[in-house]
Write a protein that binds this ligand. Structure first.
Ligand code: GDP
Ligand code: IMO
Ligand code: MG
Length: 429
């Protein structure tokens, strides 16, 4: 039984953690394959509410292996904090495995992140400030340090010396900030290694052996397709590949693309975005506030208010196509329970011309005016519905219209953050 990937179809925070937590029961391994602790995945289960940044949602099942794949950049302190938080709250991390090929977020990365944002000024990306972008830049630029390098005291010392000498040149001469201290970083990262070593291994091999046995692997995406380095609203994107496209899920988990046989797109029933960049259906003023209040839309990682807007089916259709989604999980339908009328964007008007496909140009996206279709609300509580037929007629119509517009069926409709607050239309795994 091959791998299934759950990807974000919008600008992140679609409820991937919540969906993966639900689907994980059918898999033996759950793998995070990309990004770093810029992600924030919320899971609500019988042990309480958790925000995970690096560890995949499968960690809550004692019989599943939870893997942090080679596609991630890992801030070791953040990972240790997350492990400690889970252990303190009674969640075992015994079956957590971390790829020896994953890259490290080093102390200079958050500083460079902040400096670059300052330099961009009004054009700032609005990053999470975790140093994830600069860590990926270093990976591509061959200045990265990988997890396995921490194991060898002398090797790490030599590598750190080389990279830090270069980074200190940048910090002092380009940015005019204080240089970083070699001994302090060396000691700290060796201590991190002492704590993390039991988890670190060749995770690609674990996945390979599981696939050969016929086990199911679930790949947990981070961010959303519209933040993808290639496919997203460049340059207001993240520095990794959240999509399932080649270079995304398969590479980041260390498996072959042919091992992925199902792609599930996770979409919110409306649109949100944190950080800057174009968002054609963004609502401002009281309308935006109403949606933000109804959904309590504040970032899991940074606490920033999320920008909110109506469902954008132009963007949705685009990300369904890119990822080859077989089906979608539509989350947060309950947030719309009290709206008397809903809008769905069916096309854009750009400089007076109707546009049906998601444009690549930032200028075009900034100029895009949504063309809306209005749908009646249902003004009823959906959070207790467990079958599709239990949903009010107008809620069913809303879901069906989204399916039609984006071209993929809803296999799962989520009506609340708790594990059981879901309507399983079609078993995904
Ligand atoms: P992720 O980054 O894609 O995992 O999403 P986040 O965790 O950042 O944000 C999703 C938020 O929506 C979290 O607070 C979830 O607990 C919550 N959530 C997920 N599904 C539902 C749902 O169907 N209804 C409601 N009301 N909340 C949900
Ligand atoms: P999850 O996995 C929402 C956004 C940031 C910023 C841009 C670049 O929880 O859906 P970065 O720190 O990655 O260099 O910031 O990407 N961003 C996210 N937005 N959800 C996320 O992850 C995000 N990860 C990064 O807000 O706009
Ligand atoms: Mg999130």
């Amino acid at each position: 039984m091959p791998a299934v990937v759950a990807i974000g179809g919008q600008w992140g925070d679609e409820g991937k953690g919540r969906v993966v937590d639900l689907l994980a029961r059918h898999a033996s391994i759950v793998v995070r394959y990309s990004a770093g602790n810029n992600a924030g995945h919320t899971i609500v289960n019988d042990k309480g509410k958790f925000a995970l940044h690096l560890i995949p949602a499968g960690i809550f099942y004692p019989d599943k292996t939870a893997i942090i794949g080679n596609g991630l950049v890992i801030d070791p302190q953040a990972l240790i904090d997350e492990i400690t938080m889970l252990e303190t709250r009674g969640v075992s991390t015994e079956r957590l495995r971390v790829s020896d090929r994953a890259h490290l977020v080093m102390p200079w990365h958050p500083i460079i992140d902040q400096q670059e944002e300052q330099f961009r000024g009004t054009a700032a990306v609005g990053t999470t400030g975790k140093g994830v972008g600069p860590a990926f830049s270093d990976k591509v630029g061959r200045w990265g340090i990988r997890m396995s390098e921490l194991a060898d005291a002398e090797g790490f010392m030599a590598r750190l010396r080389l990279v830090l000498d270069y980074k200190n040149e940048m910090l002092t001469k380009l940015y005019g900030v204080e240089p970083l201290d070699f001994d302090h970083i060396y000691e700290t990262y060796r201590e991190h290694w002492a704590r993390l070593a039991p988890y670190v291994t060749d995770t690609s091999l674990i996945c390979h052996e599981a696939l050969r046995r016929g086990d199911r692997i679930l790949l947990e995406g981070a961010q959303g397709s519209l933040l993808d380095l290639d496919a997203g609203t460049y340059d207001y994107v993240t520095s990794s590949v959240p999509t399932s496209m080649a270079g995304g899920a398969a590479v980041g988990a260390g498996i072959a693309p042919r091992d992925i046989d199902r792609v599930v797109g996770v979409y919110k029933a409306y649109q949100t975005r944190v950080g800057n960049g174009p968002m054609p259906t963004e609502l401002f003023g009281r309308e935006g506030d109403r949606l933000r209040d109804a959904g309590q839309e504040y970032g899991t990682t940074t606490g920033r208010p999320r920008r909110c807007g109506w469902f954008d089916s132009v963007a949705g259709r685009y990300t369904i196509r890119l990822n080859g989604c077989h089906s979608i999980s539509l989350t947060r339908l309950d947030v719309l329970d009290r709206f008397e009328m809903l809008k769905v964007c069916v096309a854009y008007s750009i400089n007076g011309r109707r546009v049906d496909e998601f444009p690549s140009s930032r200028l075009a996206l900034e100029a895009a005016e949504p063309i809306y279709e209005e749908l009646p609300g249902w003004e009823a509580n959906t959070s207790d519905c467990r079958r599709f037929d239990d949903l009010p007629d107008n809620a069913q119509r809303y879901v069906r219209r989204i399916e039609e517009l984006i071209g993929a069926p809803a296999a799962l409709v989520s009506v609340g953050p708790e594990r059981d607050q879901a309507i399983i239309v079609d078993p995904i795994l």
